[in-house]
Design a binder for this molecule. Structure first.
Ligand code: NI
Ligand code: MN
Length: 222
């Protein structure tokens, strides 16, 4: 399985199928990839309707005839535009095809349509947890009750609109992901996180979780 970070909260997961999450690409100041350079995807997960998450989701879904999986109300917006979408809600799971499961987690944030969420994608025997935008909440702790192993977790670290580093340390302790990828930082100055702070996070978690800092455009295999 290959995971690519496009900057901010945008990721591409490539396994049996290609799954794009929160594709904020064309307006993303730190994304060095063009929409046209993103390979054809099968599924697009959208955590909430803020522009830095919904991003180019509709355009890419149209281009690829991909299925958008998101909170009920955003799925209605997509359907109005003639885009394939499946709505769901927090605490539920969807199995869009054999071998792929998507569980919707709660996040604590804001949105205009429906609400905000995170996703746990299970594909090729791996559990990938993208929290979406969230502050620290005990709802993150509950994830561990349902998913004993989280292979990769994407956590926001930029503070102000989401968790900052102190909260991330606590959430990481609860969930103990094998790999933690910091996201939602350095996109704009107001959510800047220094290299030193990221190194500190890495050191603090080093015996439990590997903190993997990815540059926009960077990939790794698990
Ligand atoms: Ni947001
Ligand atoms: Mn955001």
């Amino acid at each position: 399985m290959k995971i690519t970070f496009y900057g901010h909260a945008a990721f591409l997961i490539e396994g049996t199928k290609r799954v794009l999450i929160d594709p904020f690409i064309s307006q993303n100041p730190i994304c060095n990839t063009k929409v046209s350079e993103i390979p054809k995807v099968d599924y697009i997960l959208v955590t909430h309707d803020h522009a830095d998450h919904l991003g180019d989701a509709f355009e890419i879904a149209k281009r690829d005839d991909a299925l958008i999986i998101t909170i009920h109300e955003i799925s209605l917006l997509a359907a109005e535009k003639g885009i394939k979408a499946e709505g769901m809600n927090i605490g539920g799971k969807i199995i869009p095809e054999n071998g792929i499961e998507i569980f919707m987690t709660n996040s604590v944030h804001s949105s205009s349509n429906g609400g905000e969420c995170g996703f746990i994608l299970t594909m090729d025997g791996k559990n990938i947890f993208h929290t979406g935008d969230t502050g620290l909440t005990y709802d993150l702790k509950v994830v561990k009750e349902l998913f004993d192993t989280i292979d990769v977790a994407m956590f926001p670290v930029g503070d102000r609109y989401t968790m900052g580093i102190p909260s991330v340390k606590i959430a990481a302790d609860w969930i103990r992901p094998k790999i933690l990828i910091p996201m939602h930082y350095n996109t704009w100055e107001i959510i800047n996180v220094s290299k030193e702070k990221l190194e500190e996070l890495k050191n603090d978690l080093k015996n439990k979780t590997e903190v993997k800092i990815l540059n926009p455009g960077e990939s790794f295999e698990i």
